[in-house]
Design a protein around this ligand. Structure first.
Ligand SMILES: *Cc1c(COP(=O)(O)O)cnc(C)c1O
Length: 426
C-alpha cells in the first residue's frame, strides 16, 4: 500500500486522464443537423469535417467514419487490395501475409490487420522515442524481405521517427499505414502527423485531443482510394435503383450529428495542444529531482502532448510483479513503482494508467513474433528477461506511468498530484 495513504485530501470531482472538453460551438452544428433533419450519415457536417480534416493534416482527401478503428480497417483493406489484388469474397485482403506493426500501442492499431487475415509481426520500441524503432524495422525487412506493409502509430502524441520509417518503407517497396489516432496536430520536421502514411487515420474518440464523442477519419492523397473507402463504409452499394452489391460492404460512416461535434471542436485543436503542453511542462518542472523522466520528445518533432507520462529510473524501482491481470509490489524507502504511483494518484480521486501494455505481451498475440533492434526474432515465451534492455517495450511498460493529463485540470490540482508522486519516493 502507498506509504502515505490518507495523508492527502482527495479532489471533490475526479481529475481524469483525458476527458472531452466542449466549447459550445459543437452544439451549434449539432442543432443545425437537428433542425434541418440531417440526422443520419449524410449531411453538411460530414462534408465539412472531411474538408477541415484534410486541410488541417495537409492531405488531399479525408473520409469521415464511425471511428478510427474503422478507418484503420479500411486502410488495411485498401493496402491489401493494392498489394495483393482483390481477395475472394470470404477471404481477407491480407490473408496469410505478415505485416510489421508497432508493439507499444493500443491494440486498435493492428487488430484491423487481423480483420483482413494478416499476421502482425511486432517491431520493438525505441527507448529514445517510445515509438517503433527504425533500426528494428530494418532488421525485420532483412528477416522477411517479402513483407510489404508496415502499420505504425505515434504514442501519446509524441512522434518518433515516422519520417525515417516512411523512408525505410519506400526503400523496401512497402506501404505505410500511419495510425495518428493520438497524434493529431503533432508534427515531424514541420509536417503534420497523419501525412506520413500511404494511408493514415485520426481519431475523435472521447479521450483524444479533440473529440466528436466518437468518430475518425481516413486520410489519403488518392481520390480513387478515398472514394473506395467512402463506398465500402456505406455498405458498398452500387449505383442502381435497388440495393446492388459487387463487393463486401461495412456500416462505417460517421453520423452527421457526431460530425457536428467534430466540426465544432476543430477550431480548438491548437488551444487544446497548448493546454496539454502546459500540463506536460508543469509535470517536468514539478518532478525535477526525482529519479524519473517524462516521456521523450524526439528531435525535430513537436508533440501534441496528448498524454503526459513518466518513467522511473531502473535503480529507483521497488519490487513490482505483474501477472496477466493482477499486480503486487513491495513499498520501499526512496523507491517506487508504477503501481504505487497509480494507487497514490487514485487515492486523491485522480486517474492515471499504466503504459499501454506491449502487443507481444498480450495473451492473444503471444505466439506472434517480435523483432528487436539487434535483429533477434522471438516469441513472448523468451521475450523478456528481467533487466534485459533488448525488449524495450516490456521495460517501458514495467517502469512507466500515464499521468492525469486532462486539459481542464487546474494548476492547483496538478500541484497536488505532483506532491503525491513525490511522496511515493520518500
Ligand atoms: C484511440 C486509438 C485508436 C482507436 O480509435 P477509435 O476512434 O476509438 O476507434 C487507435 N489507435 C490508437 C493508437 C488509439 O489511441
Amino acid at each position: 500500500m502507498f506509504k502515505r495513504k490518507g495523508e492527502f485530501k482527495p479532489f471533490e470531482s475526479k481529475v481524469w486522464l483525458a476527458s472531452p472538453t466542449m466549447h459550445g460551438e459543437e452544439l451549434k452544428y449539432v442543432t443545425e443537423a437537428y433542425e434541418t433533419n440531417w440526422m443520419s450519415t449524410v449531411g453538411k457536417n460530414i462534408n465539412e469535417v472531411e474538408k477541415i480534416a484534410a486541410e488541417k493534416a495537409g492531405v488531399k482527401y479525408a473520409v469521415s467514419l464511425s471511428c478510427c478503428t474503422a478507418a484503420l480497417h479500411l486502410c488495411c483493406k485498401l493496402a491489401g487490395e493494392r498489394l495483393y489484388g482483390k481477395p475472394a469474397i470470404s477471404h481477407g485482403a491480407l490473408e496469410g501475409k505478415r505485416a510489421f506493426c508497432s508493439d507499444m500501442t493500443f491494440d486498435a492499431t493492428l487488430n484491423p490487420v487481423v480483420y483482413e487475415g494478416g499476421i502482425p509481426v511486432f517491431i520493438d520500441t525505441e527507448a529514445d522515442s517510445w515509438n517503433m524503432n527504425p533500426v528494428a524495422l530494418e532488421k525485420a525487412f532483412e528477416l522477411y524481405p517479402e513483407v510489404k506493409l508496415v502499420v505504425s502509430a505515434e504514442l501519446y502524441g509524441f512522434p518518433g521517427r515516422m519520417d525515417e520509417i516512411k523512408r525505410i518503407c519506400g526503400k523496401h517497396g512497402a506501404l505505410l499505414i500511419e495510425d495518428a489516432a493520438e497524434a493529431m496536430g503533432a508534427t515531424i520536421h514541420g509536417k503534420q502527423c497523419g501525412t506520413f502514411g500511404d494511408y493514415s487515420a485520426v481519431s475523435y474518440n472521447g479521450n483524444k485531443i479533440i473529440t466528436g464523442s466518437s468518430g475518425g477519419c481516413l486520410l489519403t492523397n488518392s481520390i480513387e482510394d478515398a472514394n473506395k473507402a467512402r463506398k465500402w463504409s456505406t455498405q458498398a452499394r452500387e449505383n442502381a435503383a435497388w440495393y446492388q452489391h459487387e463487393e463486401l460492404g461495412y456500416n462505417y460512416r460517421m453520423s452527421n450529428v457526431i460530425a457536428g461535434v467534430v466540426r465544432g471542436q476543430y477550431g480548438y485543436l491548437e488551444e487544446h495542444i497548448a493546454q496539454k503542453k502546459a500540463v506536460y511542462e508543469r509535470y517536468r518542472e514539478g518532478l525535477k529531482g526525482l529519479p524519473v523522466k517524462m516521456n521523450p520528445i524526439t528531435e525535430g518533432t513537436e508533440p501534441n502532448y496528448w498524454l503526459s507520462a513518466l518513467i522511473i529510473d531502473e535503480d529507483a524501482m521497488c519490487k513490482q510483479v505483474r501477472g496477466e491481470v493482477d499486480v503486487c509490489y513491495r513499498p520501499e524507502e526512496g523507491k517506487s513503482c508504477p503501481t504505487e504511483i497509480l494507487e497514490a494518484i487514485s487515492a486523491i480521486n485522480a486517474e492515471g494508467r499504466p503504459i499501454w501494455k506491449p502487443m507481444h505481451m498480450q495473451p492473444m498475440y503471444r505466439m506472434h513474433e517480435v523483432v528487436g533492434r539487434d535483429g533477434s526474432l522471438r516469441c513472448r515465451t523468451n521475450a523478456y528477461i528481467e533487466g534485459s534492455v533488448v525488449d524495450v517495450g516490456a521495460d517501458i511498460f514495467a517502469r512507466g506511468v500515464c499521468l492525469p493529463s486532462d486539459n481542464k485540470m487546474t494548476a492547483e490540482e496538478q500541484d497536488r498530484i505532483i506532491e503525491v508522486i513525490r511522496a511515493c519516493f520518500e
